[in-house]
Design a protein around this ligand. Structure first.
Ligand SMILES: [Zn+2]
Length: 179
């Protein structure tokens, strides 16, 4: 069910993100899904505008306690299309960072964002999960290890996120065809 070509790895690390920059944008947006720069903010906006699934994911996160920072970045490996992790282990306020491999085909970047936001929804639904080790425990329970598909150690995938990415890509291509 999982192809290593398209799947996104789930890295169980505490990611660092320019949180000071992101905080500066807090006042500007009430949304819980926030870009850390202009291009990432645009990516979120375009996903919500062009994909019903993307819009629904952002809505679900807006109604949750989880705050998601999104950053486009260059990864050293082409195997990685995106990842998600806790920015810091603070259970009073849960912040996760999503990193999307860029630059790539824009539809692929948007589909990866949809895929990662599905993981954010999975985490949002588990209020006790607020640090990397609780995250590891959660994905050991709900995910499939991707190591056996040639992925990295401590990486997991869920069928729901995998299918969400595919659905978002289909919606984006449909929207493009209609315009
Ligand atoms: Zn994934």
């Amino acid at each position: 069910m999982i192809s290593s070509r398209v799947c996104t790895f789930f890295i169980l690390l505490t990611l660092s993100t320019p949180i000071a920059v992101a905080h500066a944008q807090d006042a500007a947006t009430a949304s819980h899904v926030r870009g850390t720069d202009e291009a990432s903010t645009m990516l979120i906006r375009d996903l919500a505008a062009r994909s019903a699934t993307g819009r629904d994911l952002v809505d679900q996160l807006d109604r949750s306690d989880l705050v998601v920072y999104v950053r486009r970045r260059l990864f050293a490996t082409a195997m990685l299309t995106g990842r998600i992790g806790f920015v810091r282990g603070d259970c009073r306020r849960r912040y996760v960072a999503v990193e999307i491999a860029a630059p790539r085909n824009y539809v692929e970047e948007l589909a990866s964002l949809g895929h990662e936001l599905q993981h954010a929804v999975e985490i949002a639904g588990e209020p006790d999960v607020c640090d990397a080790s609780a995250l590891a425990e959660l994905y050991t329970r709900i995910g499939d290890p991707v190591e056996r598909w040639g992925g990295m150690a401590d990486s997991f995938e869920t069928r729901t996120a995998f299918e969400t990415g595919i659905r978002v890509r289909r919606e984006l291509l449909q929207t493009a065809a209609e315009n």
